[in-house]
Write a protein that binds this ligand. Structure first.
Ligand SMILES: Nc1ncnc2c1ncn2[C@@H]1O[C@H](COP(=O)(O)OP(=O)(O)OP(=O)(O)O)[C@@H](O)[C@H]1O
Ligand SMILES: [Mg+2]
Length: 183
């Protein structure tokens, strides 16, 4: 297994990035549009096509055709999809063997949409599955360690949940649930 270590950024840089992230949030109130989550997934995959091709990553989608719409902020939800998919690409770009990104969406229990992003990357040990969401937790030399923290707060501000399922070997899966739009 690859050796992993947590790098913590300089507290001064960290304070600067926190205020940057806060001002990003404070700039506008959460906009509330009716959104097709599948469309956000497709757009994000398309935007990152250059990277997946470059690293020889195959992308598999299983997007439910009858997915109910949700209400939320399109830009913020795109940011979450971007963070999760970039993390998966980064986890896979140096591994040997199969490099596969799988993005699935489904309706669960009538009023929830569930999206999962899985990869065959370096892996996320189960004991790090929750720690990965802590502010400034990063194993990347140039990571801020804020991507997952910000993503979780975006999803929670939409009334949903974001969590990770680690594994003892290769690969990681991130799940998010969002409440569907009222009919
Ligand atoms: N798909 C994944 N596979 C394995 N580890 C992951 C995955 N996604 C996240 N992690 C782990 O969680 C850490 C935190 O992720 P997060 O997105 O918050 O920050 P980052 O990616 O390190 O930095 P930034 O998002 O600012 O570029 C990562 O450094 C990595 O150790
Ligand atoms: Mg990240």
């Amino acid at each position: 297994m690859l050796k992993r270590s947590a790098h913590r950024t300089n507290p001064i840089d960290s304070a600067a990035s926190v205020s940057g992230i806060r001002s990003q949030f404070e700039r506008s109130a959460l906009s509330r549009e009716v959104i097709d989550v599948n469309e956000i997934n497709r757009e994000t995959i398309a935007l990152l096509r250059g990277e997946t091709v470059r690293y020889n990553i195959s992308v598999r989608t299983e997007l439910a055709a009858d997915l109910p719409q949700i209400v939320g902020d399109r830009v913020q939800l795109q940011q979450v999809a971007m963070n999760l998919i970039i993390n998966s690409i980064e986890a896979m770009k140096d591994v040997d063997g199969i490099r596969e990104l799988a993005i699935k969406s489904q309706r669960v229990e009538k009023e929830q949409v569930l999206v999962s992003v899985s990869d065959t990357g370096v892996g996320l040990p189960p004991k790090l599955a929750e720690q990965a969401f802590e502010p400034f937790f990063t194993t990347k030399p140039h990571g801020t360690g804020m991507g997952l923290r910000v993503s979780r707060s975006i999803i929670e501000s939409h009334g949903g949940r974001l969590w990770a399922v680690g594994s003892s070997g290769r690969g990681a899966t991130f799940h998010l649930s969002l409440p569907t739009a009222p009919c």
